[in-house]
Write a protein that binds this ligand. Structure first.
Ligand code: FE2
Ligand code: FE2
Length: 201
């Protein structure tokens, strides 16, 4: 498989990821309680639509179809974000969870664009590098804005009392079980968790 084929595959992945975000960002915007965070997700939705448009231009330049690959990674990242939206935390603690979710999506995109830009540079595709760099710059700026808007939210959340925990839902129990399996599978390669540390669940 030539580098150009790898680039096209990765670009299709990015195109799917951006389209998935066009659907997911309004949910984050709707869920956010903090007005600044809400506005940030809304404005990034507009940017994301522009990014889809730039990716279409990239494909036009390559004479290829934009579709053909679903981004499983972004599907997973978005799923984690929707789980965050279902949490019964209140106030700033709820928004604190959305900051993590938002940052994960931006950094996933930053990784993707960094890779495709390096490939396009090697292939001498200047026009494509320039379009993709515009997208990358917006993702980097979005991540920075989330961190800045997030600082006062995290501070407020740190002052909120710990909410009493109800019984675990079936979904939470399933997730707990899977995480124990993750630990078990890695157990032979990593040191044992310290028995001295306080265990809370
Ligand atoms: Fe994006
Ligand atoms: Fe983004």
């Amino acid at each position: 498989m030539a580098l150009k084929d790898v680039l096209i595959d990765e670009l299709r992945d990015m195109y799917s990821a951006e389209n998935q975000l066009v659907k997911a960002l309004p949910k984050l915007a709707k869920g956010a309680k903090n007005p600044e965070l809400k506005a940030l997700f809304t404005s990034h939705l507009q940017e994301t639509k522009g990014q889809v448009e730039r990716l279409r231009q990239v494909f036009e330049h390559l004479g290829k179809k934009a579709t053909g690959q679903h981004c499983n990674g972004m599907e997973g990242v978005i799923k984690e974000g929707s789980e965050q939206l279902e949490k019964d935390e209140i106030g700033a603690s709820f928004d604190a969870g959305l900051i993590g979710a938002g940052l994960r999506t931006e950094h996933y995109e930053i990784a993707g664009y960094t890779a495709v830009i390096s490939m396009a540079k090697l292939l001498g595709e200047k026009e494509i590098v320039s379009l993709l760099t515009e997208n990358l710059n917006e993702e980097v700026a979005a991540a920075k804005k989330i961190v800045a808007a997030g600082a006062p939210i995290l501070k407020a959340a740190s002052k909120e009392p710990e909410a009493p925990k109800g019984p675990k839902s079936a979904k939470e129990k399933q997730s707990d079980k899977k995480s124990q399996e993750d630990e078990k599978k890695a157990a032979s390669s990593v040191s044992k968790p310290s028995s001295k540390s306080q265990i809370k669940n």
